[in-house]
Ligand binder design. Sequence first.
Ligand SMILES: O=C(O)c1cc(C(=O)O)oc(=O)c1
Length: 307
Amino acid sequence: MSETFTKTPGWLDWYSDPSTPAFQVPEGAVDAHCHVFGPGDRFPFAPERKYTPCDASADQLFALRDHLGFSRNVIVQATCHGDDNRAMADAVRRAEGRARGIATVRADVSEDTLAELDEAGVRGVRFNFVKRLVDITPKDQLLRVVDKIAPLGWHVVVYFEAPDIDEVGGLVEAITVPVVIDHMGRPDVTKDPAGPEFDAFVDLMRSRDDVWCKTTCPERLSESGPAALDGEQRAYDDVVPFAKRIVDTFPDRVIWGTDWPHPNLKKHMPDDGLLVDWIPRIADTPDKQQRLLVDNPLRLYWPEEAR
Ligand SMILES: O=C(O)c1cc(C(=O)O)oc(=O)c1
């Protein structure tokens, strides 16, 4: 009999009726950070998980992709599935070339497992340093895994919070494959976007020419929230200068994604249509939008098709 799961109390479900964005994404746009959850009766959540989500299936993700005008997805293994990559890999396979995946593996992962994931469409491994999401930070595992994935041409994705930048920055130096940083290293957006803390993040990006950044998750980082106090719909104002700084400084190394179905949000769940309308505020020309949404993710995830 399949296991049934009860959502973590206070957990908000994803927005079932997202608006149609006013901003039309360029043709071939990639939603380069999203997840699937379960469905739990088919792909059980991991025993070591720190939260139990609602279900969010591949079909529901593909419906959102089409509704928002995107062509492709990069589906990132969520921590609630631990290192059981079946739900993610199944979704990637079912996208028939229109998705790539990012897996979570342990240092003792076999070559056969990696080859199978590669065949499904996985192109990288994620290491999560966010302490509320995992029991152990994966420092010791990381370099051993890098040796195994390098021959496949994969990259490493790291998720960490601003106070941990020195620890993770030290590791980034030693990684011999490209590195992609989730959610801009989670800056504290009440601070100055041109101040020393965010400078340290920009310096980390500058330290190599193959460090990439996801200018994602305004809904997670924002203190000002989805609408400005004057009632004008200017969502996530306080995150704009951080993301814009990164897009302007590294226009060829930024990618963007919805983060659907938005794990662990308890105060407010974003309308994914409004998230898309946020894009032109951080990438303010058609050229920057084309790079952010099409050219850059293609180079990273579909290099065989990139210009
Ligand atoms: O901030 C988070 O809670 C979060 C969690 C996960 C995950 O559980 O994988 O992924 C994300 O991109 C963000």
